[in-house]
Design a binder for this molecule. Structure first.
Ligand code: HEC
Ligand code: HEC
Length: 454
């Protein structure tokens, strides 16, 4: 009941001037003096109870995983652990502003994508196409991809999000292209990748595990046969690393100012509140159309992503070494790092929508690390279509090289439907420069570690 109020209440509150459909109900709500006073003071008039993951001491398995997570000896350089790129002091994201992290034997080979945060992946479902649906269970990804092409896709707005729009589109999975399904599957990639920890082979890593200070603990937890085959040893160690990420609350604390605001324990400043409304306004920034910000009906806090994939057409990043080859394109779902969807060219250029929690702790943004500040990201959303010359480089002939990181044949995959991307050359941009700053102020409320007064 309470929750219903929240959705109706805050939903309307947020839609503010935007929602042509609902203004009478909003003004009716605001006509309640208690509500309008609370809002004027930056309070949430409809506080909710957030259900955070339970906190318990780490299991022996998770403690083992923690040891492996910080173990630099597993890398060929002896200098990289998982934490080198996924730094606990930087929301388990990259510590610096490099577009991609360096790895390899001398930690000098540049990676190909920006390092994502490892936070808030505990609820990440596996990769699928279309909404979770029992009927689709036995249908292959390829069949679903074909189905998706036949069904028109509904526009995603902050008032009609993926949860309601139920589009048959790719979603879920790990990595920017969704190619791994579980935290355990995923971890072998960086461990062995020559651009990352460069661990060599499964056999080499297993030999190092056998010599690790936590080897005896592995035997205690998994039995004496754990080192019998290299594959088993590595799989069990990675299982433990995944347990660490799932159990340790530092990966999913939900302690941002915004979380406390949702619970009625913090006030948003006028800028933050304006930013929040713009974020949710389908006719303005519409960020909430993809970066979902409403708590779930069961009280689970919002993740600031709908887990879906989009081709936004970010500019090519000349700072990436791989991009020196003009024939190279990182096309996300359709390759080159993911190979099972190579023929689904309708997905070329699509990357997974990342969470915005702790985004203000990052210095590098988007899959190719092309942006270095939230202001640059905002300008991209604001001017991509209305004034592309501000976002993309100019080609030799003076024209603007719009969508220059996607080959021409696939540019039709770029999202030109969901606001703010529904605008055209010369249209009024979705946001004024002040509004961009208000949204950035709101994004800063998503950083964990806020101390509520009381
Ligand atoms: C040299 C830097 C580097 C190291 C070391 C590293 N990673 Fe990563 N990690 C990355 C990059 C880059 C990506 C994104 C790759 C992609 O999308 O293709 C990533 C992605 C991930 C993801 C998926 C996150 C998401 O949002 O989908 C997880 C989980 C992960 N790494 C865990 C680990 C673990 C566990 C280790 C240690 C075994 C590790 N990483 C070591 C750079 C690194
Ligand atoms: C149509 C869906 C959609 C909408 C609307 C949208 N985003 Fe995004 N957002 C994405 C996707 C997809 C990415 C990743 C794109 C990529 O890497 O190529 C992203 C990436 C980002 C990032 C970079 C995060 C990181 O870890 O690198 C930020 C910041 C961001 N969005 C903020 C916003 C804001 C602010 C708005 C509103 C002005 C907004 N987004 C609107 C889908 C969307």
């Amino acid at each position: 009941m309470h929750r219903g109020w929240f959705v109706a209440g805050v939903g309307l509150l947020l839609a503010a001037a935007a929602s042509a459909s609902d203004p009478p109900r909003e003004s009716a709500l605001l006509a309640d003096p208690a509500v309008s006073i609370a809002v004027a003071q930056g309070e949430n008039p409809y506080p909710v109870h957030l259900v955070r993951p339970p906190e318990a001491p780490l299991s022996a398995m998770a403690r083992l995983g923690r040891a492996a997570f910080f173990d630099t000896s597993l890398s060929s350089s002896g200098r990289l652990s998982c934490a080198a790129c996924h730094s606990p002091e930087h929301a388990y994201g990259p510590p610096g502003g490099a577009p991609a992290a360096n790895g390899g034997p001398a930690v000098s080979r540049q990676g190909v994508r920006a390092v994502p945060s490892l936070m808030y992946l505990e609820r990440q479902p596996g990769f699928s196409i279309g909404p979770d649906d029992d009927e689709n269970e036995n249908v292959s990804l390829t069949q679903l991809a074909v189905l998706g092409q036949q069904v028109p896709r509904a526009k995603k707005t902050a008032t009609n999000t993926a949860e309601t729009a139920a589009n048959v589109v790719p979603q879920g999975g790990l990595f920017w292209d969704g190619r791994a399904d579980t935290l355990q599957d995923q971890a072998l990639g960086p461990l062995l990748s020559p651009l990352e920890m460069d661990g060599g082979s499964v056999a080499t890593v297993a030999a190092k595990l056998r010599r690790a200070p936590y080897a005896a603990r592995m035997v205690r937890l998994f039995g004496a046969s754990v080192f019998a085959t290299p594959r088993l040893a590595v799989a069990e160690a990675l299982f433990a690393v995944a347990r660490y990420q799932i159990e340790d609350s530092s990966f999913h604390p939900y302690t941002s100012k915004f979380d406390y605001w949702l619970e009625g324990k913090a006030r948003l400043s006028p800028e933050e509140l304006r930013g929040y409304r713009l974020f949710n306004n389908p006719e303005k920034a519409n960020c909430g159309g993809c970066h979902l910000d409403q708590p779930r009906p069961d009280g689970l806090p919002p993740l600031f992503t709908d887990g879906q994939f989009e081709a936004l057409g970010a500019p090519r990043n000349p700072a990436l070494v791989v991009n020196r080859d003009p024939a190279y394109f990182d096309l996300g779902i359709c390759g080159p790092y993911r190979t099972d969807m190579r023929n689904e060219t309708q997905f070329c250029g699509m990357f997974r929508t990342p969470t915005l929690r702790n985004v203000a702790a990052r210095h590098v943004f988007f899959h190719n690390g092309v942006f270095h500040s939230l202001r640059e990201v905002q300008d991209f959303y604001n001017y991509r279509d209305t004034e592309p010359g501000r976002v993309y480089p100019h080609a030799a002939d003076g024209t603007v090289a719009r969508f220059d990181d996607i080959p021409p044949a696939y540019r039709r995959n770029v999202d030109v439907e969901d606001p703010p991307f529904d605008r055209h050359l010369g249209d009024q941009p979705a946001m004024t420069p002040e509004e961009e700053l208000d949204i950035i102020a709101f994004l800063r409320t998503l950083t964990d570690g806020f101390q509520p007064a009381q």
